[in-house]
Design a protein around this ligand. Structure first.
Ligand code: FMN
Length: 252
């Protein structure tokens, strides 16, 4: 289906070329570029115009080294020229409530979700804006391995947490595009078609196994389903809810 799609645009082409980049050149990234990327990203929509996000731009090597360890010794976090921490941030909303003698101490799942979604939409917008000016990188969910220590490393006050990070730089090495699940597996028309699940998984297992083998990487024939099972059969980051509560987000 997707092969038959002819309509394109600069943005569509940019999206079709996007890939996570983990090696960066030594070329410095001008702050003007980061500012241009972020100011464009801040045009992203936010729920009820709450704009419940903030971004910490990290260039300090000691902080990047610390974040590299906290995210599970991810070396690209230490090597990236710029690390952006996209945060859910309730402080603006709370400041507004305080003017009316209210607070956000009693916040719930809805507030946690909308602020995390706001931060995510801004992050993805920044990612694409960065690609449009020649920067590449990747998102880092590893910040949630130890959410409280990451908050401390970034000096985040209460009611701010880092949803994900982003490495950004001029690319040193751009990997081959990773295949996606088939278009028809992901898209439903008018009614969700639950019957196509397993044929889609079989096809993707094969596509991903072929991809990894073409790179000389070992994998099983059931590449994706085996990987997902090994990562998610047991709950991950099971202490996250308590950690977020301590940071002022009560996902109840
Ligand atoms: C929210 C989010 C968090 C991610 N966290 C990490 C991470 O901590 N480390 C990493 O190497 N890649 C991370 N990735 C990158 C994914 O592994 C990558 O997007 C996925 O394997 C697909 O590959 P591609 O982006 O090259 O197409 C993350 C991606 C997203 C969207």
């Amino acid at each position: 289906m997707s092969e038959e799609i002819k309509l394109t645009s600069e943005t569509i082409e940019l999206l079709h070329k996007r890939v996570s980049v983990r090696k960066y050149s030594d070329e410095p990234v001008p702050q003007e570029m980061i500012d241009a990327v972020l100011s464009a990203a801040f045009r992203a929509p936010t729920s009820s115009n709450i704009q419940a996000y903030s971004v910490v731009v990290v260039r300090d090597q000691d902080i990047k080294d610390e974040l590299s360890v906290l995210t599970g010794n991810q070396r690209w976090v230490a090597q990236t020229p710029v690390f952006l921490a996209f945060c859910a941030d309730l402080r603006g909303m709370e400041g507004a409530l305080e003017r009316h003698e209210h607070d956000l101490d009693n916040n719930n799942l809805e507030i946690g979700l909308v602020s995390s979604i706001d931060a995510t939409l801004v992050g993805m917008s920044a990612y694409l804006a960065a690609e449009s000016v020649g920067l590449q990188g990747l998102m880092i969910g590893g910040v949630r391995n130890d959410t409280k220590s990451v908050a401390k490393a970034l000096g985040l006050p209460s009611k701010v947490y880092c949803v994900f990070g982003m490495c950004l730089g001029f690319p040193g090495e751009v990997p081959k595009l990773k295949p996606r699940m088939a278009f028809d597996h992901m898209v439903h028309h008018d009614q969700y078609d639950a019957d196509k699940l397993h044929a889609g998984l079989d096809a993707y297992d094969k596509a991903l196994a072929d991809h990894y083998r073409s790179l000389g990487r070992e994998t099983t024939d059931a590449s994706w389903t085996d990987d997902i099972d090994s990562k998610f059969a047991e709950p991950r980051r099971d202490d996250l809810r308590e950690a977020l509560k301590d940071l002022g987000f009560d996902f109840r």
